[in-house]
Design a protein around this ligand. Sequence first.
Ligand SMILES: N[C@@H]1[C@@H](O)[C@H](O)[C@@H](COP(=O)(O)O)O[C@@H]1O
Length: 247
Amino acid sequence: MPASNPQIKLVVADTLSAAKAVAQIIADQVKVKPNAVLGLPTGSTPIPVYEELVKMYQAGLIDFEQVRTFNLDEYVGLKPDHPESYAAFMAKHLFSKINIPTCQTHLLDGLTPNPESECKAYEDRLVKEGGMDLLFLGIGENGHLGFNEPFSQVGEGTRMVMLTVETRLANSRFFSAIDQVPTHALTMGLRTILSSKSIVLLAIGKKKAKAIKMCLEGEIKDEWPCSVLKGHEDVLVVCDGDAASGM
Ligand SMILES: N[C@@H]1[C@@H](O)[C@H](O)[C@@H](COP(=O)(O)O)O[C@@H]1O
């Protein structure tokens, strides 16, 4: 199925093959550049990719010793050991199972008393490390990238944002009730996302079909943050048939 924007490449595969394809892209990047800087997402979509990377590591097919990572986002107000913090998610699904030194994994501090300086320091650290070589993205049902909700601006960097009710509702499946879902988050901005040298986005399931359509087709629209990817020259979107069914 060709993408209407010739700059964005699209691959449609079954769910497991899609996750394996993304893991292979990450492994290939690390093979070419052992100290690659990777941008990483959370959510349910990346879990099979992280499982695949762990298997590759255990089989001696990938070495994370020199890799550096920057996570896309973090909830405000959750302690790093809260099971739904993104710090805990990354430790559980990836970092505790591979040989990456902790000092090379970067996450925004959701407990910071000064979000502005925390976000600026995060951007500065990313620049100091040479910027992202490869950013792996998931996507929200409303087209959010990281926590850049609809009407985020393309010029925005890492910052604190308020979450939409629909995002809190979508993510409430991980919490005991919607009022337990944080109202704010720290997130890389769309400008930060677009600064990555290459981007691979994985989308699985019918609920992502509209967002994927807006990502690949038509103009860049403020209501659909994912549509800004049309402005980047090296984006690969990997989908299952359901996520690609809107096109
Ligand atoms: N901040 C994250 C996003 O980075 C992620 O892409 C999205 C989709 O999650 P899932 O893969 O569970 O659908 O969820 C959260 O809101």
